[in-house]
Design a protein around this ligand. Structure first.
Ligand code: GDP
Length: 471
């Protein structure tokens, strides 16, 4: 600070002491103090706030209300297997193509847009929960509305409930498409009744969930469904600012033999343009070309539009955020910083948890949750063990069961344990030979037991620091 003022440190210290601050030469002083002292020397302090943009996905941008424009809703389709998700997605894709484009949407880019009454709707074309779940796991919120497909002849099934829970956790409104209405055994009332038990009450029964009867196969009710999506979207008042640099998320990506790294991205705010420098995940690249869901080259992609982008140096992961950086040098620096951070986190994960050093980690405050994978000979034992382990609470540290299953401990269990820094508890099972070797290599702690009580006691003891060291 003294150097900046072109003064001797002792002069600065004298001024500070005169102000009643007993400082030493190594002491940090705050901005207000600096401003005061500088004024005494007749110097005005200007300061720039240095914003670290390397975690841009966590930095919210506030747009002025006058800059905001309506944007299309982004819709995902979820539901139990075989209830008609793919059929519905295909039908929507093909019924709403304008004549000139007939047969145009042959290109599969993982998402598409249709136009209804002059308004666009974006569909994420990833059947099942894959997109929704992995994106959410990575903290990206992409979906505005979820269509829950329930087959009228089959009713609510396990994955239907799973889908409801995902949507609820993400606070995304649900529209129910009661599918397969063409089937003679279709029973839509039963579907409504069953869904009521999960908090989805139809409007005609006094609730606020929209149910639309459809036949994806015959294409019946699709128009109603699309109307309802627009209705729900209108209530949500979805907006974005198309006149600024783009940001968004990767929907899927792959290495294409001819074209190199190809990623389908969803623009969430701003407008993405060919030639833009962009940080995607941990890499910086310049967008060489963009291709829309009709397989046509486009120059710009506004909010809610999915596009395939070419020109990235490497393949990003689904769920990776992206952001445009006009300044290439800055973009590269940010990508490097992100890569370094990612590597550091990876290294951190090689610091494996073991029961022997668990107590130390808890004490040092490094460990709040012990991740555990349970493998047992029968389902009942796995459940019993899960229940008991989850009840353990030692000084604020808890056990979190990340997976439980039946059968021998496999390589896939080791991979999961290694990726999530978990220990594996086996009950009346053994590791497969390959798995054992891999566990040694990956330093995954496996504990085998024949009595449930012993397994629980061991973990509890480890968390309390009462474990006898193993020699
Ligand atoms: P997903 O697993 O949810 O994607 O289900 P699919 O779209 O693959 O559909 C599963 C099966 O149900 C296929 O044989 C479809 O032809 C059939 N299906 C889908 N929708 C309908 C429908 O509205 N009516 C009838 N009758 N069958 C349908």
């Amino acid at each position: 600070f003294a150097k900046l003022l072109r003064k001797e440190a002792s002069e600065v210290i004298r001024k500070l002491i005169l102000q009643g601050m007993m400082v030493t030469i190594n002491q940090e002083i705050d901005v207000d103090t600096m401003t005061l002292v500088a004024e005494e020397f007749g110097v005005t302090v200007h300061y720039k706030e240095e914003i670290d943009e390397s975690n841009f996905e966590e930095q919210e941008e506030i747009d002025a209300p006058e800059d905001l424009r309506e944007r299309p809703p982004v819709v995902t389709i979820m539901g139990h297997v075989d209830h008609g998700k793919t059929t519905l997605l295909d039908k929507i894709r093909h019924t709403n193509v304008t004549a000139g484009e007939a047969g145009g949407i042959t290109q599969h880019i993982g998402a598409y847009q249709v136009e209804v009454d002059g308004k666009k709707i974006t569909f994420l074309d990833t059947p099942g929960h894959a997109a929704f779940t992995t994106m959410r796991a990575r903290g990206a919120r992409v979906t505005d509305i979820t269509i829950l497909v329930v087959a009228a002849d089959d009713g609510v099934m396990p994955q239907t409930i799973e889908a409801i829970n995902h949507a609820k956790a993400a606070d995304v409104p649900i529209i129910v498409a009661v599918n397969k209405m063409d089937k003679p055994e279709a029973n839509p009332d039963r579907v409504k009744q069953q869904l009521m038990e999960h908090g989805l009450v139809p409007e005609e029964w006094g609730g606020d969930t929209i149910f639309v009867p459809v036949s994806a196969l015959k294409g019946e009710g699709i128009d109603d469904l699309l109307e309802m999506i627009l209705l729900v979207a209108e209530v949500q008042e979805l907006k974005a600012n198309p006149n600024k640099r783009a940001r968004g998320v990767v929907l899927e990506a792959e290495l294409d033999k001819g074209r190199g790294a190809v990623a389908t991205v969803l623009v969430q705010n701003g407008t993405l343009k060919v030639g833009d420098g962009v940080v995607v995940g941990n890499y910086f690249g310049k967008i060489r070309a963009m291709i829309n869901d009709r397989g046509r080259r486009v120059k710009a992609a506004p909010p809610s539009m999915p596009v395939e982008i070419l020109g990235l140096p490497d393949v990003p992961n689904a769920g990776d955020p992206f952001m445009v950086f006009e300044d290439e040098k800055k973009g590269r620096a940010i990508a490097e910083k992100r890569l370094a951070k990612a590597k550091e986190q990876e290294r951190g994960a090689t610091n494996r948890v073991t029961l022997d050093d668990l107590f130390k980690q808890i004490q040092e405050g490094e460990m709040k949750e012990l991740n555990v994978i349970i493998k047992a000979d029968v389902h009942g034992s796995a459940e019993a063990m899960k229940g008991s382990l989850e009840k353990i609470d030692v000084e604020g540290a808890r056990v979190k069961i990340i997976h439980s299953g039946v059968g021998a401990i496999t390589e896939s269990d080791i991979i999961l344990a290694s990726a999530s820094n978990a220990i594996i508890v086996g009950f009346n099972v053994r590791p497969e030979p390959n798995a054992r070797a891999m566990a040694e290599q990956e330093k995954v702690d496996i504990r085998l037991h024949r009595v449930i009580y012993n397994a629980i006691e061991e973990i509890e003891a480890a968390m309390k620091g009462l474990l006898d060291p193993e020699y």
